[in-house]
Design a protein around this ligand. Structure first.
Ligand code: HEM
Length: 188
């Protein structure tokens, strides 16, 4: 069954890499290739989420939870898997809800920033998985440069979490106000 996880993880990693590239092309490259990237993005994102869920469910079925949680490396691997899933779920909802206007104006920046953060997170997930399977890569040193020691449980100080919650609330408030003013101008 170990092999099933190793096989299934190719789906989220491949589709997430493709979706990140499509978002960058859709946001910054002119012409037909960008149109195609924007049009095909939603199905790629949906497939990536299905692949991620399959890989995660198999991960939880194959290895006992006590064993998973005993190792900081596995804890970090699971944590990054959930963060990646969260970020790409958010991108999928944004692209689905915004439809053809997902890349209009400054909106594209939300997708670009989320895709770049998501790219960092899924690369970390895969790197940590490789460490668990005995195939280390130099990317761990990049994580080290950012202060993430992979053999110690990743930790966010309380102030950082509080700051993220405040930024999230401010963004929600900003979006709500924009929506209200668009309604007043009759554009929504
Ligand atoms: C989107 C989610 C996930 C991705 C992309 C991912 C990715 C990977 C990758 C690339 C490997 C290395 C495979 C190999 O070369 O053999 C791996 C190994 C591993 N993963 Fe995941 N993983 C995910 C979720 C999970 C979850 C949820 C768990 C546990 C509950 C888990 C536990 C493990 C373990 C224990 C290994 C080591 C396997 C071995 O020793 O052969 N993974 N993962």
């Amino acid at each position: 069954m170990n092999g099933t996880h190793a096989m299934l993880v190719h789906f989220p990693l491949g589709f997430w890499a493709l979706a990140t590239l499509m978002i960058l092309v859709g946001a910054f490259v002119p012409g037909r290739i960008a149109e195609l990237s924007r049009a095909a993005l939603l199905p790629v994102l949906v497939l990536s989420l299905l692949g991620a869920l399959a890989a995660m469910v198999i991960g939880f079925i194959v290895w006992p939870m006590a064993a998973n949680l005993a190792s900081p490396l596995t804890r970090n691997h699971i944590l990054m898997a959930f963060w990646s899933l969260g970020i790409f779920t958010m991108i999928t909802i944004l692209v689905w809800r915004a439809g053809a206007s997902a890349f209009d104006g400054t909106r594209r920046w939300a997708l670009v920033i989320l895709a770049l953060i998501g790219g960092l997170f899924f690369a970390s997930t895969g790197t940590l998985g490789g460490h668990l399977a005995g195939s280390t890569t130099p990317f761990s040193q990049v994580l080290g440069l950012m202060g993430w020691e992979i053999y110690t449980t990743f930790y966010s100080p309380l102030w950082a979490i509080a700051l993220m919650v405040i930024i999230g609330l401010l963004c929600a408030l900003w979006g709500f106000r924009n929506r209200q003013s668009s309604k007043i101008r009759g554009q929504y």
